[in-house]
Design a protein around this ligand. Structure first.
Ligand SMILES: O=P(O)(O)O[C@@H]1[C@@H](OP(=O)(O)O)[C@H](OP(=O)(O)O)[C@H](O)[C@H](OP(=O)(O)O)[C@H]1OP(=O)(O)O
Ligand SMILES: Nc1ncnc2c1ncn2[C@@H]1O[C@H](COP(=O)(O)OP(=O)(O)OP(=O)(O)O)[C@@H](O)[C@H]1O
Length: 366
């Protein structure tokens, strides 16, 4: 059981919250502390109040306007309370990467001022077409339907995370790229002569199901390409990752970044080292397996830091430790990929999908 840290910085009264985005389990707010709403800017220590030193991770966060986000869990979610999530992150994830490769996160006490209740009230108003007091909830743009009626959990803590959005006007087109690299190495329980990696096998299965329902296929890239150092096709991978409307020149720069970065090599090495057995026979009580599964579903945030799109800052985030309750889900997927022939390219004739995985291309010498 994770122990509660002794000294946790407390949110300042008057901190403003700006809704940024939300996923299934969390809502992300940009925060502006009272001193940031006025000048001059005080030091980071002042930001955390009297005599409370900031958590060490905050040292990594450069001062500037709105440099942190607050990450709050939703009530229904299977995710652990923030103080447990933070303890897991510090124990199992943080030691695996140098600080500059991680989206820094720290625990924050948000009890003062009934913040959660107020933010939930705003979410209610937003959904009900009333003008929320929080100006960042645009009444003309409704809350995404699939997120409605799910509110913030009554947690005394939130996570303060490094803000990866870019506010530099020069990058309007390509300010933040976020993508899930997924399984950068083959699943340890995949058949020996596989023609597809785990992600390509999973996507082939999903697309066969879509084809049966007459739905268009999902586009995807092979994760093995990300670290293959075979630069042919990297522009194509880059164009699939970035949002539409980005110029060819910017895609090319991003492709060059992908070719040269070591963050994905590091992520791949950690995925391999933490799970060498695979989900079928792996011990679900071994937290290393849970950490491996977490790293196989993390998000990499990449933002431009120079006007010519040549310098980038990349960090790995969305690293809430997976729950062992997911083991049957993971095993079920792995069994179906093996038994139905998706790894080996031996799927049912009527379900046939293209062999586009790097493994197939390497085997056929293309
Ligand atoms: O099983 P996968 O590889 O499809 O990954 C799931 C993700 O699917 P996708 O990245 O779209 O392929 C899935 O993403 P979406 O909900 O599809 O966006 C979740 O991230 C899921 O994890 P959790 O249940 O939220 O803890 C993910 O589950 P696990 O990472 O626990 O397997
Ligand atoms: N540190 C960050 N900086 C900028 N934007 C962020 C940051 N963290 C998250 N976001 C934005 O918030 C969105 C939701 O966050 P996230 O995906 O972590 O939520 P989640 O609830 O864990 O998602 P999921 O649906 O995968 O469970 C992200 O897609 C991203 O756009």
């Amino acid at each position: 059981m994770a122990s509660r840290p002794a000294a946790i910085p407390t949110i300042l009264e008057g901190t403003a919250f700006y809704y940024l985005a939300e996923g299934a389990a969390n809502i992300v707010y940009q925060v502006s502390t009272p001193w940031r709403q006025s000048t001059p800017e005080p030091s980071l220590v002042e930001e955390y109040g009297d005599g409370t030193p900031p958590p060490s991770i905050i040292d990594d966060i450069s001062p500037g306007p709105l440099e942190e986000n607050i990450y709050e869990g939703k009530s229904f979610s299977h995710r652990a309370p923030c103080y447990i999530a933070q303890a897991n992150w510090e124990r199992l994830i943080q030691p695996l990467f140098p600080p500059h490769q991680l989206v820094g996160q720290a625990l924050l006490d948000i009890q003062p001022g009934h913040i959660v209740a107020k933010l939930n009230e705003d979410l209610h108003d937003w959904e009900n077409g009333k003008n929320p007091t929080n100006g960042s909830l645009d009444p003309t743009t409704p809350r995404p339907t699939k997120r409605q009626r799910i509110y913030l959990a009554d947690d005394n803590h939130a996570l303060l995370v490094k803000d990866m959005t870019s506010r530099t006007a020069a990058f309007q087109q390509l300010n933040l790229v976020e993508f899930k690299p997924k399984w950068l190495a083959q699943s340890p329980s995949a058949p020996q002569y596989s023609k597809r990696c785990r992600q390509c096998a999973r996507m082939a299965r999903i697309n066969a199901e879509r084809a049966r329902k007459k739905e268009p296929p999902m586009t995807f890239y092979c994760p093995l390409d990300l670290t293959s150092r075979k630069d042919e096709g990297m522009n194509h991978v880059a164009s699939l990752i970035v949002q539409s409307g980005v110029s060819n020149c910017q895609i090319k720069r991003f492709a060059q970044w992908l070719e040269n970065t070591d963050i994905l090599d590091n992520l791949k090495a950690r995925q391999i080292e933490l799970d060498q057995i695979g989900v079928l026979r792996g011990d679900v009580n071994d937290e290393r397996l849970l950490a491996a599964m977490t790293l196989r579903d993390c998000t990499v945030f990449v933002k431009c830091t120079s006007a010519d799109n040549r310098e980038w800052e990349a960090r790995i985030g969305d690293l809430d430790l997976k729950s062992k309750d997911k083991i049957n889900y993971w095993r079920g997927i792995e069994w179906s990929l093996i038994e139905e022939g998706w790894y080996e390219g031996l799927e049912d004739y009527n379900d046939r999908q293209p062999l586009v995985c790097r493994l197939s291309r390497d085997l056929s010498g293309t």
